[in-house]
Design a protein around this ligand. Structure first.
Ligand SMILES: [Zn+2]
Length: 530
C-alpha cells in the first residue's frame, strides 16, 4: 500500500483543507457578547482550534521540534478573557433549547482554553523539552526521550530494561518542574472562576458526574479482582515474575505481546486496515476527496511520537492519521483504534454545526475507536492472523491486557479526583503510588504523579467509552450477527451514528439504541467468562 509523503501533503494544506481565513480583529477584541454573537464566537473558536491542533500535530508528528501555541493564543487572546468566559456562562444559563446547548459547549471550550492560556508558555516549553530531550543509553549512544518507551517495550533483558526505565524516570523528574506550576495554575484558575475546585469545574464542563464514573468503576474493580489476579499470575509465571516483583517496565514489555508480533507484520498493516474497513463498506485508504479527506502519515521520523494519533483538524475535510509503523500486535491495536477515530470524524456531516462536530464528549469518539480496536480480540476476526493452536491463548492475553487498562484507568481516576480536590501537592507522589497499587496490585513510581495523568479528566472520558463500547457492540451483534465487523450493513449503521458527530453523549447514545443506563454489565461479562 502506498504511503503518502507528508512533506508533500503539508505543502498542500491550504488546498487540502478549506484554508480557514485569519480572524477579524475587531470581533476578537470585543468583550461583550450579545446572543447574536454566538455564531461569530463559534467560527473564531473553530479557527483557533484549527491553528492550535495543527501546531501540536506538526510537533507530535516529528515535523517541527519547536511548538509555539503561545503565539496562537496571543492572536486570539480576546476569546479567552475572564469576562468573555463569564459572559458565555451567563448565556448558557439564560438561553433555551439548542441555543443553550451551543452556548454551554462554547462556554466549556472557552473555559478550558482560559486555563490553557494561563499556562501556554510553560506548556510550550514542556512539549519542546519532551521533543528535544536526549539521553545516553550505551557508551556514547544517544536516543530521544520519546523513543525510550519504544526501547523499553522491546527490551527483553530485564536488567537493561530497568536501566532504560530509570533513565526515563529521571527525565520525567526534570519535566515535573513544568508539570507542577501548570497544575497549580489550573487549580487556581478554577477557583477564580467560582468553582470549589478543578473537579467541580470539570463536572460542569463535561456535563457529567465524574464521581459517579469512579463509583461505577469501584464496583468493577472489586468484581474483577479475582480474575485479574488469577490471569496475571498465570501470565507472569512465564517470565518468572509475580505481582510483588512486578514493575511498570515489565508491564510495558510483557503487554507489548512480542510473541505475537510475527503474525502482525508492518508490511501488511495498511493492507489489513484497508481490507477491514473496505469490508465495512468504507476503505480508509481511499477516503481522499471533496466530501471527506483522511491523510495517512506512516513515515518514520526520529522525534515522531511513537504512539499513533489522529488529528481531526477540520473534519470531515482534513483528518491526519499519524502512525509510526513498527509492526507487531500492539501497533495493530493502535492503528485499529485510531482508524475508529478517523472514520468517525470523516463521516461527520459537513453541515453539522461545529459544536456538534468537535465540541462534544470525547467519550463518543473513544467508543468508536475502542469498537474497532477490539475487533482484534474477536476470535472470528483474529483467526485471520493467528494460528488455531495459539488463538485461545492470544485472546486471553489480549483480554487481560484490556482488563489491566481498565483497572489502571479506574486507579488513575481515583487518584486524579484526589489530586484535583486537594491543596497539598507535596503529598501527591505517595498517594499516586498508593492508588495505583490498590488498583493494579504492584508498585508504581511516585515520580509519575503528574506525568501519568490526563488533563481535564480525560481518564473519565476513556472509562465512559470503555463502558459504552460493549453495549454498542452487543447491539451490532443483535442486528448483524457475530461477524458484524465484515458486514457493510453494520458499516451503514455506524455511519449513521458517525454522521451526527458528537451531538449526543454516550449516555444518550445508550438510550437511543434501546440500552439501559451506562453500566459495566456487558464489560464485566467479557472477563468473567474467560
Ligand atoms: Zn482514542
Amino acid at each position: 500500500m502506498r504511503s503518502i509523503s507528508l512533506g508533500r501533503e503539508l505543502g498542500a494544506i491550504a488546498q487540502v483543507g478549506r484554508g480557514l481565513a485569519p480572524p477579524c480583529k475587531n470581533i476578537i477584541s470585543m468583550e461583550r457578547l450579545p446572543p447574536t454573537m454566538l455564531d461569530e464566537y463559534e467560527e473564531l473558536i473553530q479557527r483557533f482550534l484549527y491553528e492550535v491542533e495543527m501546531e501540536t500535530y506538526l510537533n507530535a508528528a516529528g515535523l517541527r521540534e519547536v511548538v509555539n501555541t503561545a503565539a496562537i493564543f496571543e492572536r486570539y487572546a480576546g476569546l479567552f478573557t475572564e469576562q468573555r468566559v463569564r459572559t458565555l456562562k451567563n448565556a448558557s444559563q439564560n438561553l433555551d433549547g439548542e441555543e443553550k446547548e451551543r452556548a454551554r459547549r462554547l462556554y466549556a471550550v472557552a473555559c478550558e482554553n482560559y486555563l490553557e492560556n494561563a499556562v501556554k508558555t510553560l506548556t510550550d516549553k514542556l512539549h519542546t523539552q519532551e521533543a528535544t530531550e536526549k539521553v545516553v543509553i550505551d557508551e556514547g549512544k544517544e536516543t530521544t526521550f520519546r523513543f525510550l518507551s519504544t526501547l523499553i517495550q522491546n527490551e527483553q533483558d530485564r536488567t537493561r530494561r530497568k536501566k532504560l526505565y530509570e533513565l526515563e524516570l529521571s527525565v520525567v523528574k526534570t519535566l515535573n518542574a513544568y508539570h507542577e506550576p501548570i497544575i497549580k495554575a489550573f487549580h487556581e484558575k478554577a477557583r477564580e472562576l467560582g468553582y470549589a475546585n478543578y473537579l467541580d469545574m470539570y463536572k460542569d464542563l463535561r456535563h457529567t458526574d465524574i464521581c459517579a464514573i469512579r463509583d461505577i468503576m469501584s464496583g468493577f474493580l472489586k468484581r474483577t479482582e479475582d480474575i485479574y489476579v488469577e490471569l496475571m499470575n498465570a501470565l507472569l509465571a512465564k517470565y518468572s515474575l509475580d505481582l510483588d516483583k512486578l514493575e511498570r517496565h515489565d508491564i510495558s514489555y510483557i503487554f507489548a505481546g512480542s510473541q505475537y508480533d510475527k503474525y502482525f507484520p508492518s508490511s501488511d498493516m495498511l493492507n489489513v486496515i484497508s481490507a477491514f474497513t473496505a469490508s465495512l463498506g468504507m476503505d480508509i485508504t481511499k477516503l481522499r476527496g471533496k466530501e471527506r479527506n483522511v491523510i495517512l502519515d506512516v513515515e518514520h521520523r526520529p522525534t515522531k511520537s511513537p504512539r499513533a494519533f489522529v488529528s481531526a483538524v477540520d473534519p470531515p475535510f482534513e483528518i491526519y492519521l499519524v502512525v509510526m509503523p513498527q509492526g507487531g500486535v500492539s501497533d495493530y491495536f493502535t492503528i485499529f483504534h485510531e482508524t475508529g477515530h478517523a472514520l468517525h470524524y470523516a463521516f461527520e456531516l459537513d453541515t453539522l454545526p461545529f459544536v456538534y462536530k468537535k465540541l462534544g464528549s470525547s467519550a463518543v469518539s473513544e467508543s468508536y475507536a475502542f469498537l474497532l480496536e477490539y475487533v482484534l480480540t474477536n476470535p472470528g476476526f483474529a483467526s485471520k492472523f493467528i494460528p488455531d493452536n495459539v488463538l485461545e491463548e492470544y485472546i486471553r492475553f489480549e483480554m487481560l491486557n484490556k482488563l489491566y487498562m481498565l483497572r489502571r484507568y479506574a486507579g488513575k481516576l481515583n487518584y486524579e479526583i484526589i489530586l484535583h480536590t486537594s491543596n497539598e501537592l507535596e503529598k501527591m507522589p505517595e498517594i499516586y503510588a498508593e492508588e495505583m497499587k490498590k488498583a493494579l496490585l504492584f508498585k508504581h513510581p511516585p515520580e509519575l504523579f503528574l506525568a501519568d495523568i490526563d488533563n481535564g479528566f480525560y481518564t473519565a472520558e476513556y472509562l465512559r467509552a470503555w463502558i459504552f463500547e460493549p453495549m454498542l457492540r452487543n447491539k451490532l451483534i443483535e442486528l448483524y450477527g457475530e461477524n458484524w465487523f465484515s458486514n457493510p450493513d453494520a458499516g451503514r449503521y455506524l455511519r449513521a451514528l458517525w454522521s451526527v458527530g458528537e451531538k449526543h453523549d454516550v449516555e444518550e447514545l445508550a438510550k437511543n439504541i434501546n440500552m439501559e443506563a451506562l453500566n459495566t454489565k456487558y464489560l464485566e461479562e467479557e472477563f468473567l467468562n474467560l
